[in-house]
Design a protein around this ligand. Structure first.
Ligand SMILES: Nc1ncnc2c1ncn2[C@@H]1O[C@H](COP(=O)(O)OP(=O)(O)OP(=O)(O)O)[C@@H](O)[C@H]1O
Length: 388
């Protein structure tokens, strides 16, 4: 692997390499007019910078694209490749976020290695490969929640990741555990998973934020807040959407923090009160009720600091700049009061407890998990609506 493949690039998002179509394994010779066709595992793809990558296996699939584990054809290093359908892709905004984050050396973001496209079919990015996302790691735990020490520290790191994103001038508008992941152990890095200097130590304890398909700039080039628009379409994931999102109002930094708090409560307790509710209006009503008589259904059994976290979220308005350090400080207090050593192992670094093995006793949990997936509906705008 040459050094230039290993460092994040100032990626030109311009031309399609002349011979890229030859490299891409064309499985539809009979139908050359197929639009929006995604690549498959086993295909080789060429980036705008003429680097060739082999797609090894699928890591995740969304409505508009697929995330693959991939490898340069001339090296054993592994990366992630996110490919999205040409007419649906939101990768342009994703590239803007990653380029800005890499330029500022943000700690909680993947490195953007390269980009590429097959016109009319798909566009792709190559980034740092991560281990499992936080939602998958949570689902591997007994009762599908982390220990308080792990949940609080994930909360602290993810809050800092959001602060980094906001400092770049972007909102996420899709904060959820499935959009945060952890890096790999150093032994994996030695085996060739990472090549970027600043990440040479193990990153299995570092939380990374990814998936910026719904991101939006909230300030102009003079750092003034963009004025709020009215009657916004729904963006993001129903379960974690803020009250403002349900009201179809413009989202601000406070809304990312509200989604973050729902995520934090879910990874700490194992569920949110509206877990099984699929109707978006009913989810909204449930979130409102949890501000009143049903507050204990949301916060019951959690340390008292969670009550203060919800107060802090609910006090903010569209223009507010969140006091990220105060959120982190409250979670540090949770750790202190519960004798959590900040250096202790995270749950995913420990042997899986016997109780997490799937038996008939855990069957009902498994059933609710599949129902939950249905409840987790995501919506995003069409291709031409990038800044919607
Ligand atoms: N850099 C990465 N390394 C390892 N796995 C990744 C990486 N990026 C994404 N994934 C996996 O692929 C899944 C989908 O990724 P991502 O959220 O970026 O795609 P998406 O199409 O926007 O999905 P969704 O519609 O669910 O939000 C993730 O949940 C994660 O499991």
């Amino acid at each position: 692997m040459t050094a230039d493949v290993e460092k994040p690039l100032d990626v030109p998002i311009l031309k399609e390499p002349k011979d890229s179509k030859k490299l891409y394994k064309d499985t539809s010779k009979d139908d050359k007019n197929v639009k929006d066709r995604l690549p498959a595992a086993g295909d080789a793809i060429k980036t705008d910078n003429n680097r060739q990558f082999r797609l090894i296996s699928i890591l995740g699939e969304g409505g508009y694209g697929t995330v693959f584990e991939c490898q340069p054809v001339d090296s054993k290093k592994k990366y992630a490749c996110k490919a999205e359908k040409w007419s649906k892709t939101m990768l342009k905004i994703e590239i803007s976020v990653l380029k800005a984050a890499n330029a500022k050396h943000c700690k909680h973001f993947c490195d953007l290695l390269d980009v590429g496209r097959i016109t009319d079919q798909f566009m792709f990015i190559v980034t740092t490969l991560l281990d499992r996302d936080i939602n998958k790691l949570r689902n591997e735990q007994p009762d599908r929640h982390f220990s308080l020490g792990t949940a609080a520290r994930v909360g602290m790191q993810s809050c800092t990741a959001i602060e980094e994103l906001h400092s770049l001038g972007f909102l996420s508008r899709d904060i959820k555990a499935g959009n945060f992941g952890v890096g790999f152990l150093s032994r994996d890095i030695k085996a060739g998973n990472f090549g970027v200097g600043r990440r040479e130590e193990g990153t299995q304890r570092l939380i990374f934020m990814f998936d910026f398909g719904l991101s939006r700039k909230y300030i102009d080039k003079n750092k003034n807040l963009l004025p709020p628009r009215k009657d916004i379409g729904w963006r993001g994931t129903t379960r974690y959407g803020s009250l403002q999102a349900h009201r179809r109002q413009e989202l601000g930094r406070k809304d990312d923090m509200e989604s973050w708090l729902y995520m934090l409560i879910e990874i700490t307790k194992g569920s949110l009160p509206w877990r099984m509710v699929t109707d978006r209006q009913k989810v909204f009503e449930c979130k409102l009720a949890c501000r009143g008589d049903f507050r204990p259904a949301l916060l019951g059994a959690l340390p008292k600091q969670f009550d203060e976290l919800l107060n802090m979220v609910d006090k903010m308005v569209f223009e507010s700049e969140p006091h990220y350090a105060d959120f982190v400080k409250l979670l540090a207090q949770v750790c202190e009061e519960n004798n959590v050593d900040m250096n202790q192992a995270y749950d995913w670094e420990c042997e899986p407890p016997a109780s997490s093995v799937h038996t008939s006793a855990t069957k009902s949990v498994d059933n609710s998990a599949s129902e939950e997936i249905k409840a987790n509906n995501v919506e995003r705008p069409g291709n031409r609506d990038v800044n919607a």
